[in-house]
Design a protein around this ligand. Sequence first.
Ligand code: 5GP
Length: 205
Amino acid sequence: MSAKEKGMLIVISGPAGSGKGTVVKLLREMIPELGFSVSATTRAPRPGEEDGVQYYFMSRDDFEEALTRGEILEHTVYCGNYYGTPKAEAERVLNAGQDLILEIETDGAMQIKRLYPEAVTVMLIPPDADTLEARLRGRGTETDDVIRTRLNRAREEIALSGKYDYIVVNEDNGADRCAADIAGILKAEHHRPCRMHGVTDNFFN
Ligand code: 5GP
């Protein structure tokens, strides 16, 4: 199968406080045929998380072995834990011609863009620094230190926005609008000549 017949690879990044989880959930409801890859991580499951659903939860040894065997498409260390996209699953979806969305942080996003320059990358950001801080504080469960670390990490991620193909701003109560905007971006991307396989062929036969 030629590269052109493969599904479109879509990367969505967004720091804590961007509302990425909600937006991606809405987007997947809007476009049910969108393939989704379950990542592998060495972080502990949070209450309610199930192995193979939110993540494949792995030991550090197993993750490092998978890395050595070349089974991980991209990976990073985030807050002391490994996160990575299993290669086989991603390739299976793309090779079947299905679009695939990866919800990953900036480091992984840049690795994907190097491996797949045709991937469509979207950065979701909060509208301003005050809103970002209010959202992080709003959870009410973290200490000042943790909030400061998360704010700094968020700023580092936002600083890389310019390397993405698209930036989408998530205003308060803006998740529906953002999901619709991203759906619009994906629709437009499908109309690029490189993805309109063979539509002009019969004019020249
Ligand atoms: P969390 O621990 O909150 O579920 O995720 C922490 C961060 O890791 C989020 O920004 C999330 O998008 C990112 N992440 C999740 N899976 C992957 C992955 O497979 N690769 C990379 N590079 N980042 C990931």
